[in-house]
Design a protein around this ligand. Structure first.
Ligand SMILES: NC(=O)c1ccc[n+]([C@@H]2O[C@H](COP(=O)([O-])OP(=O)(O)OC[C@H]3O[C@@H](n4cnc5c(N)ncnc54)[C@H](O)[C@@H]3O)[C@@H](O)[C@H]2O)c1
Ligand SMILES: N[C@H](CO)Cc1c[nH]c[nH+]1
Ligand SMILES: [Zn+2]
Length: 797
């Protein structure tokens, strides 16, 4: 606050404001204590002025009437920023920083006029610009930067006089009143001078579409970000909310809104990791903001209130109310599972709006490029999270594994490994029907993967006397990751365990995050582990499970290859360890969030198409589903959209689906060739063909993890029971990777046998190439033999 330009108000402050409204511009106002009857009247004035008129109110204690220290403390606790005195005073309990002495050269006066105020104000500023203008930053009432302009003495004088945004246009060389032609006017709330008095800040309330001449809210684009962005969106939704949308429901249903605020507050108290805390706080802010907007309270009001609280010099003890303390004891009780936090993590912030896919024409290249871009993973950020986890597991083994399982999965384990033979009690709850279903799936997967085994070595005679062969050997020890975050996936256990067994791996280790309720993995996963001959189940998930299997710990054996899909932490850890030569461990492929591309024509059944899109959309918020339509009528597209919406609403994981569909698209093509070109470029994990004579089109597929041919082949069959493997490359890696298969669990060794005849056939070629490479040792190994055999002379060069 700059004291000399602080207008002094008496108890006639309301009249003064009405007759001299310019005083609001000061932002800082001083009250003359001697003009008030008592401290209660001062308090009334402070509250009035702080309600949108002044940013700070100070109290001048120069007259006869003084207040005692307790009264002053009360005033300082309730919005008075400073006490001004004309002599040095000190108080026992008031910090000296809040008591300021009025400089001797300052004469306080109530007779301030617009002209004198502006004059005093302008006498403060200076400029070193050649054109004599003042650089002026324009901000809104949340202090969000709207843009940069220039002011002249005259424009500032006019702005203060009219209380609107008036600036100086350098391009037109004239004074410019913001919004006179566009209608995007500004009311001026405050003018500040910066620390070295050569730049101004205009705080304004912006009317209309925004500040920038390009139609955006600011000269740096729209205010779509953060709390201010949210406030703008919600204020807009309050007026224009889509009928039946979630936001509209919240505005209308106060009971629902209040319940959500309490729910989010509780979840924030349960969050532990940085990501969870940010997520839950964002949820809470969202619902709190809906309540504010619904009641006409702005962020600026909240910030003013925060400012007031910051001025308090005596604080309340801050104890919590009894009922909340009692609640807290209940929710931290480990026996009670907090509201499914993982599922919550994936819940959309705001809507119950229509679930529908964007539609683009294949000719809209920009639209198509956007449509086929997978939701981005911030690799560097994830690596930053994952690296210390890997290092800790590597350095302190089981102890770190146990700690991370407690931290991320909420389970306190004594030992991180369950050893075979697995106790029967771990199968508790497994129904006969489930066993039969798993048995059927295991048998089909076994049949298909056993058929892939190479029965005899591959033997080829490349030249007479030169026999080359190749034969497989199982990778000795494999670590199979079974995801268990948002869904328990026994199907993944069998998709990995069965081929490992078929290939003949000597040690099969499973890893899966334990469930919170009893610290075990599901009986279905234990059953599959038994059927596949797994030796151990590591009760851990995420990067820590991958690190334990890659480097080994006291109880987890080090494996040679880690396979299996997982979330971004699992995938990042797999990428890390495969690049660490000290781990000496390979991985199968980057198998990330599930995705599907469906090609459908006008004859496709809309319900089938919608169900296939949704079956992958429900996997995770980072999944992606694409429909490529071949000559689809707009009626058909509409029917598909309706079916997606209807079916999605009936799914328990609708919140996940909603977020996945938000980055999923329908691409409309004119013919089949174009559709298959599109699909080959995308290289989907799953490709579903719901077109006439679908099997005839399979030869057109160059890139895909797995293909589902014809309208009665839902992808779910391949996910569980038909026999093909569901661990497949995502993110477009189908261009260069195959899905898991028997060979994924093997490596291939080649052998050769060369006779004297063979040496005669290829020896000279070997020597010739070795010579050009400058590798005489290589050349010599052939030369010695050939000359002993008399195939070349001793002095052969
Ligand atoms: N491509 C395929 O073949 C295929 C097959 C099946 C599943 N999937 C995909 O696998 C994924 C499974 O993911 P999921 O999350 O359900 O299970 P998950 O088992 O992969 O991950 C859960 C683990 O992540 C770790 N974790 C969670 N939050 C963390 C944090 N903030 N910091 C560090 N670690 C953290 C925890 O250790 C937890 O145990 C899905 O994206 C699904 O689509 C892909
Ligand atoms: N579709 C997943 C592979 O992307 C596998 C899966 C497991 N359970 C259900 N689906
Ligand atoms: Zn699936």
């Amino acid at each position: 606050m700059t004291f000399p330009i602080t207008p002094l108000f008496g108890n006639d402050y309301q009249t003064t404001l009405n007759t001299k409204p310019f005083l609001r511009l000061a932002g800082d106002i001083a009250l003359d204590a001697s003009a008030f009857k008592n401290d209660v009247d001062v308090l009334t004035a402070v509250k009035f002025l702080l309600d949108g008129i002044a940013r700070t109110v100070s109290l001048v204690l120069t007259g006869d009437k003084q207040f005692n220290e307790d009264q002053l403390i009360n005033l300082l606790n309730n919005g008075v920023s400073s006490l001004f005195t004309n002599k040095t005073v000190s108080y026992d309990s008031i910090p000296s920083t809040r008591v300021l002495e009025i400089p001797a050269n300052i004469t306080l006066t109530k007779q301030i006029t617009l002209q004198s105020f502006t004059k005093i104000f302008l006498s403060q500023v200076k400029t070193d610009r050649k054109d004599g203008l003042y650089t002026t930053l324009v901000v809104d009432d949340n202090e969000r930067c709207l843009g940069l302009v220039y002011s002249s003495i005259e424009s500032i004088t006019q702005a203060i006089a009219k209380q609107v945004g008036v600036y100086y246009s350098r391009s037109r060389g004239e004074i410019w009143e913001k919004g006179l032609t566009s209608g995007n006017t500004q009311s001026l709330l405050a003018v500040d001078i910066d620390c070295d008095a050569d730049a101004l800040k205009f705080t304004v309330s912006q009317v209309g579409t925004g500040f920038c001449h390009n139609g955006t809210k600011t000269c740096f684009g729209d205010l779509a970000y953060g709390l201010t962005g949210l406030e703008h969106t919600l204020s807009d939704r309050k007026v224009n909310a889509v009928e039946g949308s979630y936001t509209q429901r919240l505005f209308k249903d106060e009971t629902l809104l209040n319940a959500k605020i309490k729910e989010e507050a509780e979840e924030l108290t349960e969050a532990t990791t940085k990501d969870e805390l940010a997520w839950e706080a964002a949820d809470l802010f969202y619902f709190a903001m809906v309540r504010l907007v619904a009641n006409g309270v702005s962020l600026a009001d909240v910030e003013r209130n925060l400012g007031m609280k910051n001025l308090k010099i005596t604080r309340r003890k801050g104890d919590a109310k009894e009922k909340f303390l009692a609640n807290d004891t209940k929710t931290t009780d480990n026996t009670e599972e907090p509201a499914s936090k993982k599922a919550k993590l994936e819940r959309t912030l705001c809507s119950n709006d229509k679930i529908y896919l964007d539609v683009v024409q294949s000719t809209d290249l920009e639209g198509v490029t956007k449509a086929v871009t997978r939701p981005i993973q911030k690799t560097s950020q994830i690596m930053n999270l994952v690296n210390p986890i890997i290092e800790n597991v590597r350095n302190i083994g089981d102890k770190a594994l146990i700690e991370y399982t407690k931290k991320f999965d909420g389970v306190d384990l004594k030992t991180p490994v369950l050893e075979a033979p697995f106790p029967e009690e771990y199968l508790e709850g497994l129904t006969e029907e489930m066993k039969e279903s798993l048995d059927l799936s295991i048998e089909n997967v076994r049949k298909f993967h056993a058929a892939q085994l190479q029965k005899k070595p591959l033997v080829v005679t490349t030249q007479p006397g030169v026999v080359c062969s190749r034969f497989p050997r199982a990778i000795e020890k494999v670590g199979l990751y079974i995801p268990g975050g948002t869904a328990v996936l026994p199907s993944t256990a069998l998709m990995l365990g069965v081929p490992a067994q078929v290939a003949g791996c000597k040690e099969i280790v499973f890893a899966s995050p334990p469930r919170k309720s009893d610290g075990r993995v599901s009986p279905e996963v234990v059953y599959v582990a038994m059927k596949c001959g797994a030796s151990k189940i590591v009760l851990a998930g995420g990067a820590q499970a991958v690190a334990a299997m890659a480097y080994g710990t006291e109880s987890v054996p080090k494996v040679d290859k880690i396979l299996g899909p997982g979330n971004q932490f699992v995938t990042a850890a797999k990428m890390y360890i495969q690049n660490d030569t000290q781990a000496l461990c390979s991985i199968d492929m980057p198998a990330g969030p599930s995705e599907v591309l469906v090609i459908a024509d006008e004859d496709a059944d809309v319900d089938f198409v919608a169900s296939d899109l949704l079956s992958q959309a429900e996997h995770g918020v980072d999944s992606q589903v694409i429909l490529v339509g071949v000559s689809l009528s707009s009626k058909k597209v509409q029917q598909i959209q309706e079916a997606v919406h209807e079916q999605a609403l009936a799914l328990p994981r609708v919140d996940i689906v909603r977020q996945c569909i938000a980055h999923s698209t329908i691409i409309l093509c004119d013919n089949y060739t174009e559709a298959f070109d599109m699909s080959n470029k995308y290289a989907p994990e799953h490709l579903i063909l719901q077109i006439n004579e679908a099997d005839r089109y399979v030869p057109l597929v160059d890139n895909a993890g797995s293909i589902f041919v014809g309208s009665y082949t839902p992808e779910s069959c391949g996910d569980y029971s038909s026999g093909t493997n569901h661990t497949l490359p995502t993110y477009g890696y189908a261009r260069q990777y195959s899905g898991a298969n028997t060979a994924t669990f093997q490596k291939f060794i080649t052998a050769q046998q060369v006779t004297s005849e063979g040496l005669d056939n290829i020896g000279k070629a070997v020597m010739c190439i070795a010579k050009v490479e400058g590798l005489d040792g290589h050349r010599n190994a052939v030369k010695i033999r050939m000359s002993k055999l008399g195939l070349i002379s001793k002095d052969f060069v």
